[in-house]
Design a protein. Structure first.
Length: 337
């Protein structure tokens, strides 16, 4: 049986690059992709350093994906269609596509309401089913979006996290004329700032303790950067600090997987009518196409990428620096190198 190289999660602190069986013929409604470029993010590094949290297949079959045991990481990737499953008519062999990675059933109450990221049978490639940090991956065709010709592979690999940022802005209903403070502009925070600027917001304030991240935010076009390590407006890092920075009647958007349960001064939020809004993942049908459009017409990808690493170096050059905070930008992965 043919084999492919892949980054496989076996447990906390245990990610191995190894040969695994190549994906079989895709099931009806799915496609097999030759992966062109992958990317890693804070969720991947959190699973490596503190997990398993989102990865729950190690204890038995996932109820929606059906997979059990070790899982191939990778929910951010772009690939070329190599084989079509039965019934796929929206794509053709040779198409370059981004997979949204989040798979929904399309039938439950949440899916019918358009909130596919809250699907009762939701699962994610790279967490509950084998993902795209491998030479090949199988993805449902319905969560794949064709990549515009003007969007290169490096940029396209960032479509999924940018879609997450766009979904967060939608959840918080951030208008272009509203002031927006982004606390922490490494990783997904940089995409939040970039997405807001890309939508025309000229009042974005980037807050961080890292000068390199603030320089990246400035290059993305934010109106102002604040070095919280030097001026400490209310030093970033906790939900309570974000709450104290928010004006009466304002909104706090919670995005990302916390390492530990955050503290919250609920009385302060109540007395000042501050909305606390949670967000998770994205809606493939709307957020992913917009992300690709922004990546095609702007320089977001060039501004946020830190570099490209070989798959074989994913732990020391990717997961570890993301986990310890030393990474300064987006880390892409050459799955064929």
């Amino acid at each position: 049986m043919a084999a492919v190289r892949a980054a496989v999660y076996h447990g906390r602190g245990d990610v191995r690059v190894e040969d695994v069986p190549a994906p079989s013929t895709p099931e009806p409604g799915a496609v097999r992709l030759d992966v062109l470029r992958g990317a890693i993010c804070g969720s991947d590094s959190a699973e490596y350093a503190h997990g398993p949290k989102l990865i729950n297949t190690l204890e038995g079959p996932h109820p929606a994906s059906g997979q059990s045991g070790p899982v191939i990481l990778g929910h951010e990737f772009v690939g070329r269609v190599a084989e079509l499953g039965e019934g796929v008519s929206s794509l053709a062999v040779g198409d370059r596509v981004v997979s949204g990675a989040g798979v929904s059933c399309g039938e439950c109450a949440w899916c019918r309401a358009g909130r596919t990221n809250l699907c009762a049978r939701y699962y994610t490639l790279g967490f509950q089913r084998d993902g795209g940090l491998a030479e090949q991956v199988v993805s449902p065709a319905r969560v794949c979006v064709k990549v515009p010709d003007g969007c290169d592979d490096d940029a396209a690999a960032m479509a999924q996290p940018l879609a997450v940022a766009l979904h967060g802005l939608n959840r918080a209903e951030v208008a272009a004329e509203e002031p927006l403070a982004v606390i922490g502009v490494g990783g997904i925070g940089a995409f939040i700032a970039a997405a807001a600027v890309g939508r025309g917001n000229r009042r974005v304030i980037a807050v961080d303790v890292d000068a390199a991240r603030l320089r990246t935010a400035a290059a993305l076009g934010v109106a102002e950067t604040v070095d919280a390590g030097g001026s400490d407006p209310v030093a970033p890092g906790t939900l309570n600090q974000a709450l104290r920075m928010t004006m009466r009647g304002g909104r706090v958007l919670m995005l990302g997987i916390p390492a530990r349960p955050p503290e919250l001064d609920a009385l302060d939020a109540i007395l000042r009518e501050v909305d606390l809004i949670a967000t998770v993942a994205h809606v493939c049908g709307s957020d992913l196409p917009e992300a690709l459009e922004l990546l095609t017409k702007t320089e977001i990808a060039d501004r946020v990428v830190e570099g490209v690493i070989a798959l074989e170096r994913i732990v020391p050059d990717g997961l570890v620096p993301l986990a310890d905070g030393s990474a300064r930008g987006k880390i892409l992965v050459d799955v064929n190198g």
